[in-house]
Design a protein around this ligand. Structure first.
Ligand SMILES: Nc1ncnc2c1ncn2[C@@H]1O[C@H](COP(=O)(O)OP(=O)(O)O)[C@@H](O)[C@H]1O
Ligand SMILES: [Mg+2]
Length: 227
């Protein structure tokens, strides 16, 4: 999908300084990474892509739909995965949580059950279907949160530091899952290995996009900024 960010500056209510400034960018690559220091505006940028944050100035549009006016339609196509899966898991059991994403779609109970079973199997969670979601391990929780988003069949998946709370094994599991996804992905991360093979990497620093290009150059730019 084509994401067009035009003349965007965002200042949160009650704050004086913008957290994203003068941003103009067009994104349509399959794999886009976003890196940068803490507080540089990455999460705000990510949240603007599905209208969770509407910019105070400028426009963000996804396939020509402005997030300011068409937030609900945009969110149907743009799935979002947070750092902390606990903030995303809403139902008591694994299967119920995945089914929750399919509510209000006009599917029969049997259709929902079949879709849930398929997607749990595809992501290696079938044996946990009736387990309490809060008892899963950190990695399994993140897998569940991702599965609950993927069952809604988004065309773009925005992930905000999905591996920050995970150990190395679970980070690899999420990285492998991302690598297999047919969907377009925008991934915010501090784990530079995750974006090394991406098509394009954006570097944010102090509220601005300061580098935009292939991973090698972007990682070099970021390392220099941090040294
Ligand atoms: N909802 C909010 N209200 C006010 N300030 C916020 C909010 N969310 C983030 N901020 C502030 O905006 C700045 C940029 O944050 P953020 O976009 O989360 O950057 P990053 O993800 O790169 O750490 C930070 O100073 C943060 O404290
Ligand atoms: Mg952040």
């Amino acid at each position: 999908m084509l994401i067009e960010v035009s003349g965007v500056t965002h200042t949160y209510a009650g704050r004086r300084e913008p957290v994203v400034r003068d941003l103009d960018v067009r994104l349509e690559e399959h794999r886009i990474g976003v890196i940068g220091a803490n507080g540089s505006g990455k999460s705000t940028f990510a949240r603007m892509l599905n209208g969770l944050v509407v910019p105070s100035e400028g426009t963000v549009s996804v396939e020509g739909r402005d997030t300011r006016r068409h937030g609900r339609e945009v969110r149907r196509d743009v799935g979002f995965c947070f750092t902390d899966p606990d903030s995303q898991i809403v139902m008591p059991t694994v299967a119920e949580d995945v089914a929750f994403g399919l509510r209000r779609r006009g599917l029969s109970k049997a259709e929902v059950a079949a879709r849930v079973e398929d997607v749990l199997r595809a992501h290696g969670l079938a044996q946990h279907a009736d387990h309490a979601a809060h008892l899963l391990s950190g990695g399994q929780k993140q897998l569940l949160a991702l599965t609950s988003v993927l069952v809604t069949e988004p065309r773009l998946l925005v992930m905000d530091e999905p591996t920050t709370l995970l150990d190395l094994r679970n980070t690899r599991m999420v990285a492998d899952l991302v690598a297999r996804l047919p969907q377009q992905v925008v991934l915010v991360t501090h784990d530079l290995d995750l974006v090394a093979g991406f098509d394009r990497v954006l570097v944010f620093d102090e509220s601005r996009l300061v580098h935009d290009g292939a991973p090698a150059g972007a990682l070099r730019h970021y390392r220099e900024l941090m040294s």
